[in-house]
Design a binder for this molecule. Structure first.
Ligand SMILES: C[S@@+](CC[C@H](N)C(=O)[O-])C[C@H]1O[C@@H](n2cnc3c(N)ncnc32)[C@H](O)[C@@H]1O
Length: 375
């Protein structure tokens, strides 16, 4: 079955589920490479999967925890530095995961792997305490939303170098927002005032605008807890008629934001002029529709005029532009990768609309540290 992520069971791995895992594992690899390459006080890094599942589907396909272990054991530095923590409230899943991962040389890990059996709703904060404030990449992938609170997300991204990847069921959240029985869960997840905003937005008739607005409020709720930079990768249903899930990324760091955006762009099903839609659709990938134009206007032309307007009178290094743009307007900046910015800037330079501190560099190149002068 392509496209739908399975419900409360681990029967068959879906294409969407595979894509989700791919994004998480690629980010883990990139994050770990950066974190092991910089000088920090402590050698320890954490990878936390709070809702890990059994690690293997009934059809025998591997899932995220197993791929993370495979990556880790490819690199002796990670074996020395990463503390893994897997948790699932279902005992049977923890037992299955223990069996699955026993194939790895776990005794070689400098920091013993933790495999716990807590309900995140009750013990989420206890698990987070075990991270001891070390840089942590956390993956939060519940079936629902129980146990996910603003406070938990905040504690996950607070330590230096920490980022969180949060997979949520967009449809279920919409239903839950309107269900008075789970009001306290929703308020704990969004904060009281954002929750009220969200409830009002659900009345919006236009589905696309509604989704955009809901994502925006969710991003604001994440920003309230320190997730200054956030990204949302959309998963569509098999018929490509509805959004089912979002993979949200939260970080305090603009480099992490750019890094994840590149990964999400490569994982996207469509793009126009090199600008990805940050969306997975099994239908689009399996059909000619992949070639469909997603944007009415050329997105690079649009970016050029956005840059000229937003950065008018400013002097800024190329590598800083994506983060600053996201701070100015999160939604406007959302889909543009650093490569997209560079392409737009090179065109602006050729048209004489910006200048740089290195006019005589190699043709068609723009290093991150080149300074742009916007008139
Ligand atoms: C979507 S699955 C995780 C899939 C996994 N991340 C992967 O990539 O294979 C969600 C898991 O969360 C567990 N779970 C649900 N509610 C939980 C809670 N409150 N605390 C801890 N685990 C929970 C379920 O038992 C289930 O195994």
């Amino acid at each position: 079955m392509a496209g739908v992520i399975s419900g409360e069971f681990f029967g068959q791995q879906t294409d969407a589920s595979r894509r989700k895992t791919e994004i998480v594992v690629k980010y883990f690899k990139a994050w770990a490479k950066i974190m092991t390459g910089i000088k920090i006080d402590s050698p320890r890094l954490n990878y936390l999967d709070l809702f890990s599942g059994p690690g293997i589907y009934d059809d025998g396909s591997k899932s995220t925890p197993v791929y993370i272990l495979e990556e880790l054991f490819k690199n002796p530095i990670l074996v020395e530095r990463v503390k893994l923590h897997f948790n699932d409230m279902r005992k049977s899943n923890v037992e299955a995961l223990a069996k699955t991962i026993a194939q790895f040389p776990l005794a070689d890990l400098r920091y013993p792997l933790s495999l716990t059996n807590y309900d995140a709703a009750d013990y989420g904060s206890a698990v987070v305490r075990e991270l001891q404030g070390y840089p942590t990449l956390s993956f939060v992938d519940p079936f629902g939303y129980r146990g996910i609170t603003q406070r938990l997300l905040e504690s996950l991204i607070t330590p230096f170098g920490s980022d969180c990847i949060f997979f949520f069921n967009y449809n279920e959240i919409q239903r839950a927002v309107l269900n008075p029985k789970v009001l306290s869960h929703m308020q704990a997840l969004f904060g009281i005032s954002r929750f009220d905003q969200l409830r009002d937005l659900l009345r919006q008739p236009d589905i696309r605008e509604k989704e955009q607005a809901i994502v925006d409020v969710t991003a604001s709720a994440l920003e309230d807890v320190g997730g200054k930079y956030s990204l949302f990768f959309r998963f569509r249903n098999v018929a490509d008629s509805r959004t089912m899930h979002h993979l949200a990324f939260l970080s305090k760091n603009d480099k992490a934001y750019s890094l994840m955006k590149d990964i999400m762009a490569k994982a996207s099903s469509s793009q126009t002029s090199g600008v990805a839609n940050l969306t997975f659709s099994a239908r689009v990938e399996s059909s000619e529709e992949r070639q469909l134009e997603l944007f009415t206007d050329d997105p690079i032309e649009e970016l050029k005029s956005i840059l000229s307007h937003r950065f008018s009178g400013k002097t800024i290094a190329v590598g800083k532009i994506p983060g600053v743009h996201a701070e100015i307007d999160r939604l406007e900046a959302h889909n543009y990768t650093l490569a997209n910015y560079k392409r737009a800037l090179l065109q602006l330079e050729a048209e004489g609309k910006v200048t740089t501190n290195r006019p005589n560099r190699r043709k068609n190149t723009l290093a991150d540290d080149v300074v742009i002068y916007f008139p």
